[in-house]
Design a protein around this ligand. Structure first.
Ligand code: PAP
Length: 290
């Protein structure tokens, strides 16, 4: 019940069959273009703050996607059964799979899941820019925005539809608050500091009053800000090579990060139409987007 991109179909099945979760694992889940890169940076920094303080952070020289690997786009793409024992605990991984498609061992262990979602219209615009930026010469062949929007309204895009994706994690977060935390990109934009504190508690790495007083939380928020990461050499000019055919420009993960950017690309009738679809799909769930 989701659209799995062909190039990660095998790796998705390998992940589902072969991943053995540990109780200490942390899984970052999202539909693409909802805040994955930001969440990776923040979670990595929270967990590793004792090992490497902000001035020595690997984030200064490494793309966040190389610090927190994606299951289906990286680890299980490179190997049917990768050796993940070498990772230091707690291990942090990411996935774009919907909740119902996660490997059983993630559901059966005490490992924790952080889900991030975003206003789908902003996610759509972000995805479109990302695809255009990475399609090179094929840019001319990209469908016009109204055609792409048609597909979006039908949920036809990687790991879509978003209403099922978000609702799965939403329900899981209501059913088990110890296991799943549900975040919205927009809320993180409004107040990153309190979200970082909340995440640290959820992950079992709360900030001490001394750390708080010494500005450690604020430092992490600043380090992981879009402005900061976007201007780092590795994120300006690097290339993320996941397989001989899957390569992404590092800079394509860092664009505007604006809430409501869709208004610059979609008209009111498109927005109204999408609003009705979302109300129909998510009406009873208690989950809504602005
Ligand atoms: P992914 O799922 O392919 O990893 P993801 O990181 O979820 O992509 O989405 C990229 C979006 O997050 C971009 O949004 P935009 O196109 O609307 O600008 C990108 O700018 C934004 N983003 C990346 N890093 C950060 C950050 N540190 N803080 C805020 N937003 C960020």
């Amino acid at each position: 019940n989701f659209w799995c991109p062909g190039d990660v179909l095998k790796s998705t099945i390998f992940f589902q069959r072969n991943f053995k979760a540990k109780d200490s694992d942390i899984i970052l889940a999202s539909i693409p273009k909802s805040g994955t890169t930001w969440l990776k940076s923040l979670s990595f920094s929270i967990i590793n703050r004792k090992k490497c303080t902000t001035p020595e952070s690997p984030l200064l020289i490494t793309n966040p996607h190389d610090l927190v690997s994606c299951m289906e786009y990286d680890l299980f793409l490179k190997s049917e059964n990768p050796d993940l024992e070498a990772f230091s605990c707690p291990r942090i991984f990411s996935t774009h799979l919907p909740y119902h498609a996660l490997p059983q061992s993630i559901l059966n262990t005490k490992c924790r899941i952080i889900y991030i979602c975003r206003n789908p219209l902003d996610q759509f615009i972000s995805l479109r820019h990302f695809l255009l930026e990475n399609s090179g010469e094929d840019q001319q062949k990209a469908p016009p925005i109204d055609e792409a929007f048609e597909l979006f309204c039908k949920g036809l895009y990687p790991f879509g539809p978003v209403w099922d994706h978000a609702e799965g994690y939403w329900n899981a977060s209501l059913n088990d608050v110890q296991k799943v935390v549900f975040l919205k990109y927009e809320d993180l934009k409004i107040d990153a500091t309190s979200h970082v504190k909340m995440l640290a508690e959820f992950l079992g790495f709360p900030f001490s009053p001394e750390e708080d007083e010494n500005g450690v939380v604020k430092e992490i928020v600043k380090l992981c800000s879009l402005e900061n990461l976007k201007n780092m050499e590795v994120n300006k000019n690097g290339l993320l090579v996941l397989s001989p055919t899957i390569k992404f420009k590092a800079r394509s993960f860092f664009r505007k990060g604006e809430v409501g950017d869709w208004k610059n690309f979609l008209n009111n009738s498109m927005a109204e139409r999408y609003k009705k679809i979302m109300e129909e799909k998510l009406g009873k769930s208690g989950l809504a987007f602005e």
